[in-house]
Write a protein that binds this ligand. Structure first.
Ligand code: AMP
Length: 213
């Protein structure tokens, strides 16, 4: 089993590209979005779930222990022959260190880190028109909504953290905590960049080249 990390600001398109890769190459890739795992937890309506919901709605980070436990459980369910795309993890140096320890301990490999680079101004437009599938978390834009999600659901919503103030907070945290991982992975020679300001298809073409497909 190998890992691909998709690194980028919220709205940079990493989730959309990960979903598309899994749809196109279901035997090759699996997708783990830590945001989706957390939103599944929130549906449980426990006291812990309520606290999670408050932090997510404010755009704040959730503790590394919670994130890592959810991820480890999910990894166990995935066929060993697949490449796992990590979307939204790691977001801090501590999480990157945890991933490194996990990879070493389990004899797996971190194959590539793809950085979805894009200016903040463009992200506001994308995030404020974003619609999320209530069933599977797939992401669409208000201007190009299908009648049905690829999972079959017809139920969509605007995420609570996709409003202007929270977007600002999420971007601030991204620049402070997550962006420094770009040079960290660059120094390890595993970093590849795609221009995430392009259309979904434009990004896809660049990504396929980076992945050698
Ligand atoms: P996302 O769907 O990736 O935009 O994540 C939505 C929210 O989930 C984030 O704004 C955080 O509150 C939380 N979250 C997701 N992944 C992580 C992570 N790796 N570490 C901490 N919090 C996370």
């Amino acid at each position: 089993m190998t890992f691909l990390v998709f690194l980028g600001a919220p709205g940079s398109g990493k989730g959309t590209q990960a979903q598309n890769l899994v749809l196109t190459y279901p035997d090759m890739f699996a997708h783990i979005s830590t945001g989706d795992l957390l939103r599944q937890e929130v549906k449980k309506k426990s006291e812990a779930a309520l606290r999670l919901q408050m932090d997510i709605s404010a755009g704040n980070f959730i503790s590394d222990d919670i994130i890592f436990d959810l991820m480890e459980e999910k990894i166990k369910t995935i066929d060993d022959s697949k490449k796992i795309i990590l979307d939204g993890f790691p977001r801090t140096f501590d999480q990157a260190q945890r991933l490194l320890d996990f990879v070493k301990k389990t004899g797996k490999r971190l194959e590539k880190v793809v950085y979805f680079g894009i200016a903040d101004e463009l992200l506001f437009d994308r995030l404020s028109g974003r619609m999320t599938c209530n069933e599977c978390g797939a992401v669409y834009h208000q201007t190009a909504m299908p009648e049905r999600c690829s999972c079959g659901s017809t139920s969509f919503r605007v995420r609570a953290d996709d409003n202007e103030n929270v977007i600002r907070n999420r971007l601030e945290i991204f620049h402070a905590e997550t962006e420094p991982l770009v040079s960290y992975y660059e120094a390890q020679r595993v970093l590849f960049r795609v221009d995430a300001a392009q259309s979904i298809d434009g990004i896809k073409q660049e990504l396929l080249k980076v992945l050698g497909l």
